[in-house]
Design a protein around this ligand. Sequence first.
Ligand code: ATP
Ligand code: MG
Length: 468
Amino acid sequence: MPGDGAGTDLAERIPAALPSSVHEILRALWAAGHAAYVVGGALRDVAAGRPSGDWDLATAALPEDTAALFDPAVYENTFGTVVVRRDGRDHEITTFRTDHDYADFRRPHRVEFGTSVEADLARRDFTMNALAWGAEPAQGGSAGLIDPFGGLADINERVIRAVGEPRARFEEDALRIVRAIRFAAQLGWMIESATLEAIHATAPLVVHLSGERIAAELGRILAVDHPFMGLRLLADTGVLAAISADLAAQRGVAQRKVAGEDLWDHTVRTVDAAANRPTVRLAALVHDIGKPATAADGHFYGHEVVGAELADRLLDRLHLSASERQAVVHLVRQHMFRYAPEWGDGAVRRFLAKVGPRAIDDLFALREADNEGSGLPRDADNLDGLRARVAAELASGPILDRSALAIDGADLMADLGLTQGPELGRILGLLFERVVDDPRLNTRERLLEIARDLGRRAGPASGSDRRQ
Ligand code: ATP
Ligand code: MG
C-alpha cells in the first residue's frame, strides 16, 4: 500500500527533518511532563517532500508554564501563544485548543484550552494540516504520528479535504474557503469533491471577511509561478464574485483577442504571463477591471480611466498600503499607451515623465503580459523599441519633474516679481514642458528669459482678470 509505505517512511523522515531547535523545545516540554507535538503545515510540507517554513508546536502545557520553561520566551497573551526564538527562528508554541460557536463566519466566539491533541487537530482546516508528531509523556509514549483524519493518505494523493463536515467548517470560518483555493494554487493539488461543492455553496460568505485577510490569501495565490489554476478556481466557485463583482463581471464579456475566450480568460492569461512581482501581478489582475462597465459595440473606450477608479476602490477595500494601491492604480491608468517609432525624443521624454522612472519597468512588464494574454508576441507594438529609447533617455539623466529645473519658484518671484499662486505654478509647468521637449533650455539664463516672455504675454492682468 502506498499509504502505509509512505506512513512508515514519514515516521522515519520527520525526526530527521526537524531542526535541532524543534527537538530541543519538544524535549524540554516532554521532560517537564507535558504532551507536545509538532503540528500543522510543516508536517504537511515534510510529508509532501517540500521545504518547510515555520515550525508550529502544540502542547498541553498552559502558556505560563510553557513560558517558564524557555528563556528568552515571548508570551503573546491574546492568542495564548508562546513564541520561542532559537537559531534565528521564531517557534510558536500554542496550548491545545478547542473552538466553540462560530457565529459571524469569521472567528470562533470562544476558544478554550484543551487537553487532547486530537481535539486540537479536529479544529484545524484541512486533513493535510491536521497531523501531529510528538509524544504524551504521561502515557509513557514514544514519539509518533497522530493522524485522526487520514491526512497522510490525502497528502499522498495530493488532495485537499476539509476536516469534518466541509460546509459547517466553511460556515464557521469563511477564510478556510479562500485558504483551500490558495493551497490548491500553491501545491497544485486537487480539492476533494465534497469540499469543493461546499466551497461553491458557501462562497458568498467571503464578503464577511476583512480586506486584510482576503488580500493576504489573494497575494499568495498571485505569487505562485502560475496563478492560472487558482484564479480559475476563484471564479468557478463564486469566490471571485464575493471579492470583486467588477472582476467577476468580466466573465462572458466578448473580446477580440484569443478566439473563443472572454475578458476573464484574457485577465487570467495576463496574470499568468506577468513577471512575478506583487505590484505587476496585482496590476495584471485589475488592468481591465473597467472594461465590463465601458463595453459598447465591441470597444471599451476610456476603460483605463474607469478601471483606475474601480481598482482604487477594490484595493482600498482590501486594505493595501497606500503606496502599493497608488502604484497599481497608476499602472492601470497608464497601461493603454500607444507608441509609434515616429515619436520624437521629446515625446519619449514626455511619456517617461508622465509614467515616472520608478513605475516604468512595471508598466513595460504589464504590457508584455497584456500582449501575451492577448495572444500576441510579448514585445508587440514595438515595445522593445520604446524600452530601448526610454533606457537611452534615462541614461542621459533626463528632467523628469519640476524639481530638476535650473530655476524654481523663488527665482521667478525674485526676477519677475510674481507672488506665490496659480500663475507661478502655471509658468513653472510651461517651463517644464519646454525643457522636456528641449533639455538644452535648462539653464538659469534661458529659463528666466522664457519666463519673462511668458509673463509679458500673460500681461499684468494675469490671474482673475484674464479669466473673465
Ligand atoms: P503556510 O504557513 O505554508 O501557509 P500553514 O498550514 O502553516 O501553511 P498557517 O496559516 O501558518 O498555515 O496555519 C498553521 C496551521 O493552523 C494550519 O496548518 C492549520 O492547521 C491551522 N489553521 C490555520 N488557519 C486556520 C483556519 N482558518 N481554520 C482552521 N485551522 C487553521
Ligand atoms: Mg504556517
